[in-house]
Design a protein around this ligand. Sequence first.
Ligand code: SPD
Length: 361
Amino acid sequence: MKGLRFVGFLLLVGSLAASLAACGGKAGGGEETLAPELHVYNWSEYIDPQVYKDFEAEFGVHVVEDTFANNEELLAKLQAGAGGYDVIVPSDYMVAIMIEEGLLAELNKENLPNLSNLDSKFTNPPYDPGLVHCVPYLWGTTGIGYNMEVFEEPPDSWAYLFDPELASQYAGKFTMLNDMRETIGAALKYLGYSLNSTDEAELMEARDLLIQQKQWVYAYDAEQYEDLLSADETVMAHAWSGDIFMVAEEDERLWYAIPKEGATIWADNLCIPKTAPNKYTAEVFINYLLRPDVAAKNSNYTWYASPNAAASEYIDAEILEEPAIYPPPDVMERLEWMEDLGDATPLWERIWTEVRAAATP
Ligand code: SPD
């Protein structure tokens, strides 16, 4: 009996030590305590569900997740005053917009000792210098997912989606992302322009191209398009890298190509809204996601690249060694980060509305 009590004592000490390490030495001991619930607003299929369960088992915090389809939907929700979220996951350019609009809290780095696991390439991004507000979570590219049984050669050009001769061959058989920045950006790239263009003439050309393309588009979708591809509803999809590789794990016919004209490179980030009810618990959660084994679990589940250098030893080799997930330098050179469009934002929004509202012939 005594022996059992001693083992129990050791377990208690062990779990306290683990919590202290995870929480920067403050858990339970300082004035800050964990909330029973944490609300996360995330992209769909963007975390290993086991990670939520493990976090709950270790910290006693139940995580509730809502999902959004694109950055603009997330921004609109916050601007409308949605005050219940503790952790949100905006992309790079959206972090810059949210900082500018005063929507994000500053991080207390004392609660984030695992920040030291990040690759130094990700610790000073232009959209949030010094990671004052956010922590990089996963990164990837935007390209074309496809069914290898349909394409003899990989569709490695935006022409497959925009050139009338090519795109019309796949009429009703491809989706475009329901994402203003990505879809107008892809049209701009096909035309040879920057995906951050603010030039009115270039943007009008992109608008006309998208309206012409609309007759061949099965749907604008950013949440189920990979399942449509696997269900043979489509044969090709404007896609985020990991989403395709994730379904390709089950469906070997699917693959992903980065268009030769260049494409988006992006990083999604863990941030805390200024209005978050449970900022300390959010920081404990973000610190947990920064643990090398946990960061690797999320990469292995989502098939996205990790900015966490210490996670590499736990990430599956087929992910680490896949050039379409971790592109080589010559491909990296052709990739472009999105930036805040500033005063051109209303013009982009008008074009997107016109494209979505346009009648198809
Ligand atoms: N299914 C999750 C996909 C997350 C993609 N985020 C990328 C945004 C780039 N603009």
